[in-house]
Write a protein that binds this ligand. Structure first.
Ligand SMILES: [Zn+2]
Length: 362
């Protein structure tokens, strides 16, 4: 900063060329300060510092430079001073907002209301929770109760009481994960939700109408259709007068409620150790409506769940009179239901928790 409190002699100015440079520097200092002034307060401070009547720089120049100037420089000092004053007055006359910095700052803070906002996604329930909920609601409407059971089971409940004695070949239908215990084979991770059929019937007399949603485990390699942990919903109804027609009707009701009223159902003979007769429940393909497509492998039908009338041998394990009671049971994979309903082609998507996948289901 040029010190205008010193005399020209003290600043070492002895000729017109030096004088011109001195005033040019002053003008630059002023312009820089004016560009940096951001508001009215700073603008007023600028005015006082340069044009203030008592101690402004213009006043100091008059006192310290012009009045004591040597005769050969006096005129030139007067001229430069007048030019500087005119420049200051012209600049200071503009409103403070006209400062370049103030304009830039205002521009940066300007809100463009026409721009799209930043979308903040609300969390959604996991699609499996939603589907599980929907399945439960359907069965609750027709008198079923929701119960749950342990995920760590004994071979008795997972196999034996479901009509699969040790070494029964049907045990190979499920690749079982055993829990490490002092005596191997004591505990396992349930391979299906069916053990809860036994546990419930042990404790309750008919009528029985339960569904058992929960996690099950298989020693499977993960791929697009297999996972080592997934969800099932088991169903069981036992009473004095339950017929195959009731079974058929409940399956048909569920499929129509879940997939839509247009979907037809069909039963195909199957085998499960704990149901007799056993059936696979098929729904007419909801993509091609039976014409044949990739989803239904050109058959027009899609397998939905395994089911059947409870094998009388199972009643023996829970103390029910097989002559007096009859019933049906079914089990379905929740992931499979969700995949079919929403056209999801890879079961792994459910477990990867990629929000781009999850937020599609709200
Ligand atoms: Zn199809």
């Amino acid at each position: 900063m040029t010190d205008t409190r010193k005399s020209l002699a003290e600043l070492g100015i002895v000729d017109a060329v030096q004088l011109e440079a001195l005033f040019a520097a002053l003008r630059e200092e002023f312009d820089r300060a004016a560009a940096e002034a951001r508001d009215g307060t700073e603008w007023e401070a600028l005015r006082v510092a340069w044009a203030g009547r008592k101690a402004g720089k213009l006043r100091q120049i008059t006192e310290n430079w012009l009045k004591p100037a040597p005769p050969e420089l006096k005129r030139a000092v007067g001229q430069h001073l007048n030019e500087l004053r005119a420049h200051l007055e012209a600049t200071l006359a503009k409103p403070p907002q006209a400062g370049a910095a103030a304009v830039a700052a205002a521009e940066a803070e300007r809100v463009d209301l026409s721009l799209p906002g930043i979308e903040r996604y609300l969390g959604v329930r996991h699609i499996l929770s939603q589907v599980l909920d929907e399945i439960q609601q359907i069965f609750l409407r027709i008198g079923f109760t929701v119960v749950d059971g342990p995920e760590i089971e004994t071979p008795y409940y997972n196999f034996e009481a479901l009509n699969m004695p040790a070494d029964h070949p049907a045990r190979d239908m499920w690749d079982t994960l055993y829990v490490e215990t002092p005596r191997p084979g004591e505990l396992l991770l349930r391979t299906h939700t069916s053990p809860m059929q036994i546990r419930w019937m042990e404790e309750h007399q008919p009528p029985v109408r339960i569904i058992v949603p929960g996690k099950v485990y298989r020693h499977d390699n993960p791929d697009a259709t297999h996972a080592f942990a997934f969800y099932q919903v088991e169903g069981l109804a036992v009473d004095t007068d339950i017929t195959f027609c009731d079974f058929r009707g409940v399956m048909d009701y569920f499929v129509k409620e879940f997939f839509g009223p247009k979907v037809k159902t069909r039963l195909q003979p199957s085998y499960f150790p704990f149901t007799e007769p056993s059936a696979d429940v098929y729904g007419s393909c909801f993509v091609c409506e039976g014409a044949g497509c990739r989803l239904c492998k050109q058959s027009g039908w899609i397998e939905l769940c395994g089911a059947g009338m409870v094998d009388p041998a199972v009643y023996g394990f829970v103390g029910y009179d097989a002559k007096k009671f009859s019933g049906f049971a079914f089990g379905m994979g929740v992931e499979r239901m969700a995949m079919l309903k929403y056209g999801i082609n890879d079961i792994q998507l459910f477990f990867q928790n990629d929000v781009r996948f999850l937020r599609q289901f709200r």
